[in-house]
Ligand binder design. Structure first.
Ligand code: AMP
Length: 280
């Protein structure tokens, strides 16, 4: 695996891979890799002749009081996983390589960026779309792989890709979960043992909503109430949002008919976790 830390180096390596006739897959990450990331690497390896992963804890997507400085970083262990999963390239730039002095251009998807996590974390999606647009431009992948875990994120990225006619196929891979249902996340490392036990309530809440939907209930208000009842069992868990939305526009839906995304964000201790499921 080739490790690149400069834009010029990554650009040249990706160009060479494409010139050899290989299709190129990109997996943007913030590192502290886990099985969720590994599933994206495997999907990319299956689809593409060459695979590039990026590890970049992107400062512009963190709010001033968020966890940028203490976000888990484990580059050596990450490299082991990347090699094991057959990645060809790792792009791991420093912040100043991506945002040199005087940087002042941002990409914003209007509307979508203010919904769900965008409402709770102002500026978050602006940071995400800016860095992903830059990564798409540097690597010029044929395919880019994202996790359903961040459903609002991939909706915003799909919209950006369409609006800017970026020649990248955005692929979405299923959520990988722990045995008790907790969606895998680099931030799970923050959880104390008791918070870790409480955190399972997020996926239990979603499962209850799915069960109620399967029994025929379609009113979003009723489905959400069923979820609230489960959440009440863990008073330590502080809800940020629980919503039923259209998976493309992220606008709230009154009913779960057609495609509907149930999305939840909650604080467990000081750790903000997200999860979701699609009601079909
Ligand atoms: P992150 O490093 O958290 O920015 O995530 C990088 C990519 O991995 C994003 O596209 C995430 O949606 C995806 N991802 C994170 N956790 C999971 C998971 N549990 N299952 C599937 N994909 C995931």
């Amino acid at each position: 695996m080739q490790i690149l830390t400069t834009v010029a180096g990554m650009r040249a390596a990706a160009r060479q891979a494409r010139a050899s006739g290989k299709s190129l897959g990109l997996i943007p990450t913030m590192g502290a890799l886990h099985e969720g990331h590994a599933s994206l690497l495997r999907a990319a390896a299956q689809k593409c002749g060459a695979v590039a992963a990026s590890i970049f804890v992107n400062p512009t997507q963190f709010g001033p009081s968020e966890d940028f400085s203490r976000y888990p970083r484990s580059l050596e262990r990450d490299c082991e996983m990347l090699r094991r999963e057959g990645a060809d390239f790792l792009f791991a730039p420093l912040p100043e390589e991506i945002y040199p002095k005087g940087f002042s251009t941002y990409v914003t998807v209007e509307g979508l960026s203010e919904r769900l996590d965008g409402r709770s974390r102002p500026g978050h999606f602006r940071g995400v779309t800016t860095v992903v647009a830059k990564l798409f431009d540097i690597v010029q992948p044929d395919f880019a792989f994202f996790g359903q875990k961040d459903a609002a994120q991939h909706a915003v990225i799909r919209q950006m890709t369409r609006d800017l006619n970026l020649p990248v196929n955005v692929m979405v891979c299923p959520i990988v979960r722990e045995p008790d249902g907790l969606a895998m996340s680099s931030r799970n490392a923050y959880l104390s043992p008791s918070d870790r036990r409480s955190a399972a309530i997020l996926s239990q809440c979603l499962q209850e909503i799915e069960r109620t939907h399967r029994q025929g209930e379609r009113a979003s208000s009723k489905l959400i109430s069923a979820g609230y009842q489960i959440l009440q069992r863990e008073p330590a868990v502080r809800l940020d949002y629980l919503e039923i939305v259209d998976p493309d526009t992220l606008l709230a839906k009154d009913t779960s008919s057609g495609q509907a995304l149930v999305a939840i964000a909650a604080f467990v201790g000081n750790t903000r976790l997200i999860d979701n499921l699609l009601l079909l």
